[in-house]
Design a protein around this ligand. Structure first.
Ligand SMILES: C[S@@+](CC[C@H](N)C(=O)[O-])C[C@H]1O[C@@H](n2cnc3c(N)ncnc32)[C@H](O)[C@@H]1O
Length: 210
């Protein structure tokens, strides 16, 4: 497929500009049309750029991108890495891969594992952000380690209950990592049983290791 103009999907990392790759920074600065969450636009957009917020109306955002693409490149910022639960999925459904350039970013999961000095090569990486993970990835087996994206519905307390129901020991070690890379970053360690009664940490990465 011929693409005169391109959609450049930029992973902006966990949020702080400190964790933005130089190529991502240059691409965002050079953008004429910039699409992203309100928080990303507040952090990275400049006054001369045309912006579009990614809100709940994903079809509307895709329509906007398609309209702009007829005459110019469009830069789309996504949090973390585009390859891990991002708007890249919706973009790939509407646009051919040949029209997309993807610039990777540091995932919130990578930073969470770094913060707790754990390797993630042997971990299952799961999202419960807006979804429920399949039972087989939640079931405990000895030596199992998981990194889980959380949200308001599937918050750490709820997820702890789900993991306990899937055979995880009450003593399993949990790290709750929120606002990673920001000044108000918090990393709290607890057991799985204790996590049942911890409130908050809704948009966080939960690392669990038996
Ligand atoms: C739609 S997913 C995006 C994941 C992203 N593509 C990535 O690679 O990190 C949003 C979820 O990522 C996690 N997340 C993103 N940024 C975070 C941060 N700075 N600190 C902690 N968790 C974060 C939270 O679980 C949030 O609910």
């Amino acid at each position: 497929m011929e693409c005169t103009y391109r959609i450049i999907v930029v992973g902006i990392g966990p949020g702080s500009p400190d964790y933005l790759l130089p190529i991502a920074s240059r691409t965002i600065a050079a953008a004429t049309i910039l699409v992203g969450s309100q928080r990303a636009l507040d952090t990275f957009a400049s006054i001369n750029q045309v912006t579009r917020v990614i809100d709940k109306d994903i079809t509307g955002v895709l329509d906007f991108i398609e309209q702009q693409l007829a005459s110019q490149d469009v830069v789309v910022m996504v949090s973390g890495d585009p390859g891990f639960y991002s708007m890249l999925t919706a973009l790939r459904k509407r646009f051919a891969a040949e029209c997309l350039t993807v610039i990777p970013g540091i995932s919130s999961v990578q930073l969470a594992f770094a913060r707790v000095a754990e390797v993630w090569q042997d971990a299952a990486l799961i999202s419960m952000h807006g979804r429920r993970a399949a039972d087989d990835v939640l079931c405990y087996h000895p030596g199992y380690k998981v990194g889980i994206l959380t949200d308001t519905q599937h918050n750490p307390a709820t997820i702890a209950g789900i993991l306990l129901a899937h055979g995880w020991p009450t003593t399993a070690c949990v790290w709750l990592c929120t606002n990673l890379s920001y000044d108000n970053e918090e990393v709290v360690r607890a057991t799985l049983a204790e996590t049942r009664s911890i409130s908050g940490f809704e948009h966080s990465v939960m690392v669990v290791k038996a």
